[in-house]
Design a protein around this ligand. Structure first.
Ligand SMILES: N[C@@H](CCC(=O)N[C@@H](CS)C(=O)NCC(=O)O)C(=O)O
Length: 342
């Protein structure tokens, strides 16, 4: 008899970076789960308002399963479910830095992921052939091919939401190269972003890297050649069930290594200016975000969700006591991230 009692059910696919983020997190946290591969139409549960992958199903007070999306708050909810093997640093100053890194992975690195997948012919061809086969392979070749074309036709126009266009390609690609170099340098000395145990930020960047480093041919070749440790780290992060984390494994926020500061400088160089310009555009109802990122013109459709990301980071900062705020301010000074909180 199989006595497996999953605590969590979720719906997702291997080609979804946020699904991979959450599966790796559940494994590391040793939370028993059940993955419902693929379909948004899970029998017996109401549909999510916005069909996003992954969709989690949590029981409400009456015990009825409800669909819940958005990986970042779900990670915090899972912290409340069981405290063991937390992915949130106990020091609130370091926890805020973890949130910034998670957001960078989820909201900026995803630009590189989406851009590389849907810009170059070889990547489009591979994604179109394989994405539908993960869940719907049992159909004739012509039908599978047509399903791939449908996915590509749906996703390619979405490049405008992530801001990949003629003006911004080079910014996105140059930023991915710098990120790889900075992460490679960090991994030369450290196991995870914030020390010897993984934080939410590790899972955020990991989710995007499962595609960039391990699936889409163009960024995969770049990553393997340019950043072998990052490539290997991505494979290893998939299953951290064997790590035994200790409280002392986190960095001291007052004494961050230079390699982490270098990563924060990259966040401050590209993601922070976008967050600020996007929030302004959303607030004023502008049709376009028009700003300068890394010295180049950046134009994209405003993204209301990322205005919320900025608000959540500011709320977390606002909830800190003066001592913790001073620690955050000192850690972020000169990285370009400090302007998030002025
Ligand atoms: N912020 C969300 C993003 C989730 C998301 O964008 N999921 C994508 C796939 S990776 C999605 O489901 N897109 C709609 C679709 O493919 O139909 C999270 O963290 O979970």
């Amino acid at each position: 008899m199989n006595a497996y009692e999953p605590m969590i059910s979720l719906n997702g696919v291997p080609g979804s970076p946020y699904t991979r983020k959450m599966l790796a997190l559940l494994r590391y946290r040793r939370i028993p789960y059940r993955l419902l591969l693929g379909s948004h139409d899970v029998v017996g549960v109401p549909k999510a308002k916005v069909n996003l992958l992954p969709t989690f199903y949590f029981p409400n007070e009456a015990g009825v399963l409800q669909p819940v999306t958005d990986s970042t708050p779900i990670i915090r909810r899972l912290e409340g479910l069981c405290a063991d093997r937390s992915v949130r640093p106990c020091d609130p100053a370091l926890a805020l830095i973890d949130s910034i890194l998670e957001d960078y992975g989820d909201e900026w690195l995803t630009k590189a992921m989406f851009h590389y997948r849907w810009h170059f012919a070889e990547d489009i061809a591979q994604a179109s052939a394989i994405l539908p086969a993960w869940t719907r392979g049992r159909m004739p070749d012509a039908a599978l091919k047509a399903a791939g074309t449908t996915i590509a036709e749906r996703q390619i126009p979405r490049l405008r939401y992530v801001g990949s266009n003629e003006k911004t390609w080079s910014v996105i690609e140059a930023s991915y190269m710098r990120y790889l170099d900075a992460m490679e340098a960090h991994l030369r000395e450290h196991r995870f972003l914030l020390g010897a145990r993984p934080g939410a930020g590790d899972f955020g960047v990991f989710g995007q890297l499962t595609q960039l480093a391990l699936f889409d041919p163009t960024p995969m070749a770049i990553t393997a050649r340019r950043a072998p440790r990052v490539f290997a780290w991505t494979g290893a992060l998939e299953d951290l069930t064997g790590i035994e984390p200790k409280d002392t494994d986190w960095f001291d926020p007052a004494d961050l290594p230079a390699t982490l500061t270098a990563l924060l400088i990259e966040v401050g160089r590209v993601y922070v200016p976008l967050l600020l310009a996007n929030a302004k555009a959303v607030q004023s109802g502008a049709e376009q975000v028009e700003t300068t990122i890394d010295g180049q013109a950046w134009v994209q459709q405003p993204f209301p969700y990322q205005a919320k990301c900025l608000m959540w980071l500011r709320q977390e900062y606002g909830a800190l006591d003066t001592g913790a705020r001073a620690k955050v301010d000192a850690a972020l000074k000169g990285t370009g991230c400090e302007v998030l909180f002025v």
